[in-house]
Design a protein around this ligand. Structure first.
Ligand code: AMP
Length: 424
């Protein structure tokens, strides 16, 4: 075993796997920009307060513990970002972007860090792709964000995902509901443990998404948030549902879908994948109009966004065999040296091909012709280009199509023409 092992809960991504990431990332970049979202990159660490205000303030935000440290003994605490939303909002407020343009649409593909217990689909370093739409509170903005997320899934060919939506109403709606929920749970205190009882008092909404089976029975009969929504909150939700229907996006309303923090409001959504086992959430999001003020803004910034776990997206795609036709290393030409002393000449030919934009691989280990051919086939090269004394003397090269086994001789010029053409 190697002397040094990676830290628990992180993963190395080797080229074959990386090809899948790049393919998925390519689709995300394309679709996000088609919808007018621009990529944003923000620092990997921030002052801890940003996240403590944002997500860690309530101690029951289990599973989102943070990696924090001090850069020097007296320095302020710094935290590796456990989410992107607070950082994006901080960046936008810091640059005062909303004063120049009222609406901003950002997307990202970024690494996050959470001190969770690692298991399948749950890592300590993982990636999310997500989008944040800041500055408008319209229901069409919510639909815009959800449709981008669903379009990415659809373009990647993923099947069987389930989109659940709910409305969290506004602050007043939730206050009324929270009281009703607290009262409902009191008779069950006897079967709850201490931490659950504590949560009932501090943040009873968080109990609704508990995975504990005995609690789920209790939850089934609990009051529904929907029954506590004001008329305008109901109208807001119905508009979102109308847009989703019109856009052909299939959804289910799930009254148990909640987000326990006050800065969330109105529409919340989550997507699950049956391929994922216990950790079945592939992505989720919602409106978070209250976040800006929580992180020090003097004015409200209406906002909506989502985040999708890249690893879980890739696991789902792998299970659905969506990478089956993806060629991880699409080498077009493998330059086969017939004599080792022609290395330098072969290198020059390879460079000419590469300069012309033709993917070219060359033997670096002075292997026999047979071994080079084996390697060319192993890396799924389309052609072998032979370099021997005759080629050097005549300037004519034998090109073998490794799929059809057909072999022909060409000048360098003709070679470049053929290999650059989209059909060859
Ligand atoms: P959240 O930011 O908690 O709403 O998570 C959004 C998505 O990120 C989830 O639906 C998962 O797909 C993914 N995710 C969250 N935590 C982890 C983790 N520890 N490891 C891998 N993926 C995660």
């Amino acid at each position: 075993m190697a002397q040094y092992q990676a830290v628990r809960g992180v993963k190395d991504i080797f080229p074959e796997e990386l090809a899948k990431w790049k393919y998925v990332e390519g689709v995300i970049h394309k679709l996000a920009s088609f919808s007018g979202f621009q990529e944003i990159r923000i620092p990997i660490f921030e002052y801890t307060e940003l996240f403590q205000r944002g997500i860690g303030r309530t101690t029951d935000i289990v599973g989102k513990e943070m990696f924090s440290f001090r850069s020097d003994p007296k320095g302020r605490s710094i935290t590796l970002r456990p989410e992107m939303t607070a950082g994006v909002m901080r960046a936008v407020l810091q640059k005062n972007l909303l004063s120049s343009a009222p609406v901003h649409k950002f997307y990202y593909i970024s690494e996050l860090f959470r001190k969770e217990r690692p298991q399948a689909g749950r890592q300590r370093q993982f990636s999310q792709f997500g989008a944040e739409l800041l500055g408008v509170s319209s229901t069409v903005a919510v639909a815009e964000v959800i449709s981008l997320m669903m379009q990415v899934f659809e373009s990647l060919g993923i099947n069987g995902l389930k989109l659940r939506v709910n409305s969290l109403g506004d602050m007043d709606d939730r206050c009324r509901y929270r009281e009703a929920l607290k009262a409902y749970f009191v008779p069950f205190y006897g079967i709850f443990d201490d931490s659950l009882r504590e949560r009932c008092k501090s943040n009873p909404l968080r109990i609704l998404d508990s995975k504990n089976l005995s609690i789920q029975e209790v939850i089934t009969e609990a009051p529904k948030l929907y029954d506590y929504l004001s008329a305008s909150s109901i109208q807001d939700f119905e508009e979102v549902l109308y847009y989703l229907t019109e856009l052909g996006i299939t959804y289910q309303i799930d009254h148990r879908l909640v987000r326990g923090l006050d800065y969330y409001c109105h529409t919340a959504f989550e997507v699950t994948s049956a391929e994922l086992g216990a950790q079945d959430a592939i992505g989720g999001g919602g409106r978070y109009d209250g976040l800006a003020k929580e992180i020090g803004s003097s004015f409200d910034v209406p906002a909506v966004g989502f985040a999708v776990g890249m690893e879980r997206l890739l696991i789902t795609m792998e299970k659905q065999r969506l990478f089956a036709t993806l060629n991880s290393k699409n080498t077009l030409v493998y330059v086969v040296l017939q004599q080792p002393d022609l290395e330098c000449y072969a290198m020059q030919v390879a460079w000419q091909l590469r300069k012309a934009g033709i993917t070219t691989e060359i033997d670096l280990a002075k292997r026999s012709v047979k071994a080079q051919m084996r390697e060319a086939n192993r890396i799924k090269s389309s052609y072998a280009l032979f370099i021997g004394k005759t080629e050097v003397m005549t300037g004519l090269y034998s090109l073998k199509n490794l799929i059809t086994s057909e072999q022909k001789t060409f000048s360098l010029e003709a070679l470049l023409d053929i290999l650059q053409s989209p059909i060859h």
